[in-house]
Design a protein around this ligand. Structure first.
Ligand SMILES: [Zn+2]
Length: 473
């Protein structure tokens, strides 16, 4: 069964065939966070989507090299450093650490490579130098270096590969120095920004004078340096299609480092945006959530991950508190079944149910059709529950069902077997142990008191033949 994905480059569903002639290794790059603030839930939708893609490729047997950059120098960061009076490294370091903590709590696998823009200045300068030599970059009177769209197009290259741009309305010769700009201005963009008084201590030397790199060139330089001039997969949020990704293509292909017939990137995938309670997130509407806001309101990273994984990545998704409650219930259903299966299976191990895995693979192969995959999983949960209730779930069948769930969960990474156990706070485990000790001493009054105490704290104790089991109420 082959994987098919929607390639933004061709605006169509294509079969995924890696560049590696042996067909085994896949190199993927995801645009990472700009570390100037806590990332919000919309940002994390993209990172959970990229994690899903990586895990599914691994599930399919590919060896994935996953790179994600940390943008630690860029317009918004410079502005924040200026207003806070802090040093660049300490400022960005703090938000990077916060980002990675959030990333981990969403159970995303850490990328193999996490390059920082400020560690790659020499590679960035070198790439700009190549574009200068090719005549498609020029130095402006203020000492900044710009990419010339006109020269690039004159060389026969296409600007506007990921989306159709209207050159009739293009304001020729116009330049933008900011990292983010509107679609209306197909203007020359900055590769190197000359040092300005407001930049403070944030500057590096270059053949064109002191300054700092533009945001777009950072990703071109780092991705090609780490993954080669041509690689398989580039992912990001749909808001990055233009100008960021279009500019990445222009810079990377403009430098001409690819061997004949190869593109900079073979497949581009973009995740759709997220609405919160039906509206675009805005601080003024009170629906702007960072991950830590949601966790402080009582949600777990696992529940948020599950909710984000419930919708197809190309559909805009309405994130709601009601949805989070639904996620909790759905996960509890899975956890309950997995718990029961574990008790029935005991130490026995089993082989996966081939048919169930085939059905799952068939769904996911269709451009990561998670709705179909989840539909199949919940049907499977119902069937297993029926068997448990009817007493037909033998230890061998239970072991096989557990192996099947584990295999599917290698993609979703909800870790309901060990993860659920890990989420039990130490205080609760200690109480459970105290209750066991009381029971052993036949102090049933004390044991009941502890059980009531646990209940008040939101945990139910179920005594099973294999010992007590905790369940969230
Ligand atoms: Zn990028």
């Amino acid at each position: 069964m082959s994987l098919k994905i929607f390639n933004t480059l061709s605006r169509s569903i294509e079969e995924f065939i890696p560049l590696d002639p042996t067909g085994r290794s896949v190199r993927m790059y995801c645009c990472g966070p700009t570390v100037h603030n806590f990332a919000h839930i919309g940002n994390f939708r993209t990172f959970v989507f990229t994690d899903l893609m990586r895990r599914y490729l691994e599930f399919k047997g590919f060896e994935v090299i996953h790179a994600m950059n940390i943008t630690d120098v860029e317009d918004k960061i410079i502005a924040a450093v200026r207003t806070t009076g802090r040093d660049l490294k300490s400022y960005t370091g703090e938000y990077e650490a916060a980002f990675l903590t959030d990333f981990d709590s969403l159970l995303c696998a850490r990328p193999h490579l996490l390059p920082h823009a400020t560690d790659h200045i020499s590679g960035i300068v070198k790439l700009i130098g190549t574009l200068m030599e090719k005549g498609i970059a020029y130095r402006s009177p203020d000492g900044s270096v710009y990419f010339s769209i006109e020269k690039y197009r004159a060389s026969g290259a296409k600007y506007g590969q990921l989306l159709n741009l209207n050159f009739e309305e293009m304001r020729a010769g116009e330049r933008v120095s900011t990292d983010e700009y509107a679609k209306e201005s197909i203007a020359d963009f900055a590769l190197w920004k000359a040092r300005m008084p407001g930049d403070g201590a944030v500057f590096w030397p270059s053949p064109w004078g002191e300054g700092r790199p533009g945001w777009h060139i950072e990703c071109s330089a780092m991705s090609m340096e780490l993954l080669g001039p041509s690689f398989d997969l580039h992912l990001g949020g749909e808001d990055l299609v233009f100008p960021h990704h279009e500019d990445e293509i222009a810079q990377s292909e403009g430098a001409g480092l690819q061997t004949h017939g190869h593109r900079f990137v073979k497949y581009w995938m973009h995740g759709a945006h997220l609405l919160v309670e039906g509206k675009k997130m805005a601080k003024s509407l009170g629906n702007f959530f960072t991950l830590r806001d949601l966790i402080s309101k009582g949600s777990s990273g696992r529940e948020i991950r599950f909710l984000l994984l419930s919708a197809h990545y190309r559909e805009s998704f309405n994130f709601t508190i009601e949805g989070l409650n639904g996620a909790r219930t759905a996960l509890a259903r899975i956890d309950e079944l997995i718990g029961k299966l574990g008790e029935i299976a005991g130490p026995q191990t089993g082989a996966v149910e081939t048919e169930t895995i085939d059905r799952f693979t068939h769904s996911m192969d269709q451009d990561l059709n998670v709705s179909a995959a989840w539909g199949g999983i919940f049907e499977w949960v119902r069937e297993k529950n029926r068997m448990v209730a009817a007493g037909t779930m033998t230890p061998a069948l239970a072991a096989s069902a557990l192996a099947t769930w584990k295999r599917m969960d290698s993609v979703f990474a909800l870790a309901s077997v060990s993860g659920a156990a890990e989420e039990i706070p130490a205080e609760i485990t200690a109480l459970l142990e105290a209750r066991q000790a009381a029971k052993k001493e036949k102090n049933f009054k004390r044991a009941d008191e502890i059980r009531a105490d646990l209940k008040a704290k939101g945990w139910l104790v179920e005594d099973t033949p294999n010992g007590p089991r905790l369940k969230r109420i």
